[in-house]
Design a protein around this ligand. Sequence first.
Ligand code: NAD
Length: 489
Amino acid sequence: MQKILNYINGEWLDSPTTEYFEVINPATGEIIARTPLGPASVIEAAARAANEALPGWRRTPVQERVQYLFKLRDLMKANADEIAQAIVNEAGKTFEEAKAEMVRAYENVEVACGMPMLMKGEISEDIAPGIDEIMLRQPVGVCATIAPFNFPGMIPFWYLPYALAAGNTYLVKPSERVPVTMQIIFRLIEQVGFPKGVVNLVNGGKESVDAILEHPVIRAVTFVGSTSVAKYIYSTAAAHGKRVQAQGGAKNPVIILPDADMEMAVKITADSAFGCAGQRCLATSLAITVGEARNEFNEAICDAAASRTVGYGLEAGIQMGAVINQASKTRIEQLIGVGASEGVSIPVDGRGTVIKGYEKGSFVRPTILMDVQPGSETWQTEIFGPVLGVMHVNSIEDAIALTNSHRYGNQASLFTSSGAAARKFRYEAEAGNIGINIGVAAPMAFFPFSGWKESFFGDMHGQGMDAVEFFTQKKVVVERWPKEWSRKF
Ligand code: NAD
């Protein structure tokens, strides 16, 4: 069994706790690790180390700071297979999905390596005779990320490389459900040789999160997870005077117009709904057919769902892995049951899935809930599993109105061959990420990543220039140098 340690001030340390969370391989049901849950003294030690490291790291020239990130990027790339294997074994994904996750992780490191350019200040000379105005970007201080289970390798990298490159010091708290991936990544961080205390790993659950939110030295917090926790993080961190961004849950629709390339729309919708077993914040969970698109789409999406190969993600040919644990499987199956009681038909039903050889795994096969009704529980609730609700409307206006009536706004997609329809949708849809003939509109590392409405609480987003904004604070300097003084020289 893998031992889960914290990495604080350049040292691997055990947690002084008797409380643990059992980490189970979702495909095999084996216990693979035990995550120490707290105590708060771990956060205290990490925050202190990060605070002590701050002046030295801040004074390290930015072009030197990014040299550490260049090394980290190379190590992440060279060790991508080992990291991906850990992701499969703790998060239940397929190997290809886990590899793809790591690509986006190191792409963020690559973008952050541009920090000498990205955090450069501005100057206006002679705003009045002999007076110049300068805008500097300085680091915020000690920052922390609280991460969810579904992308154990990638999500901390929406933030960490930008924070470090900008001169902040850092704490990462992974989800207690998937602590192993960060153990491997922090071995690489150790190999890079960052100065002690610059980047720290802290494992734990709610007690650790609360200690981060309340710690006076931690100046900025990023969170990714469910909406209920995101709201809590946002309000608690703000009450403690911190800069905060909190990404929440989602219920992402795709709209299929009658003029769509139907083969493409079905394939991409199925990949979006069932990839990563539906446990992606950008997974499609509702398909809304418009007019004549209905019959052809409904038949084909059922075939696509039923033909997906489900199993252990390290085996060849597997298209979909397990959901995170038995509790999640039970919750997903209960929500499918709620759909049945609400009167939807279930032409493809993934409940009760057992995979031969992996009988203890938490598998749910792809499921289609046909004719979900607006306002029903299956329409409102994020199921976070391989379950696609299908709905029908008569016009693009109705489809956009339905999309915009949802409390979430993470992503919305449209399948069409009409430029005018695409433009209307792009203009009117209320979501932070829009796909046009795309099922997972995941922004590249140099674009901001975030949702709208109840999918996001905050202002600046993750990745790219937004992350630079989040992890720097602007200082404006107005300087007077009278002309007559320069005559002395
Ligand atoms: P979660 O909210 O259960 O946990 C996220 C983190 O919060 C973990 O580190 C956990 O230790 C901590 N936490 C959990 N309960 C807490 C509490 N009561 N108080 C304080 N901290 C607490 O989320 P999850 O199940 O790990 O992740 C899945 C969710 O994340 C889904 O809702 C998904 O949509 C969302 N997500 C959103 C995005 C996005 O970009 N919007 C990306 C990935 C995942």
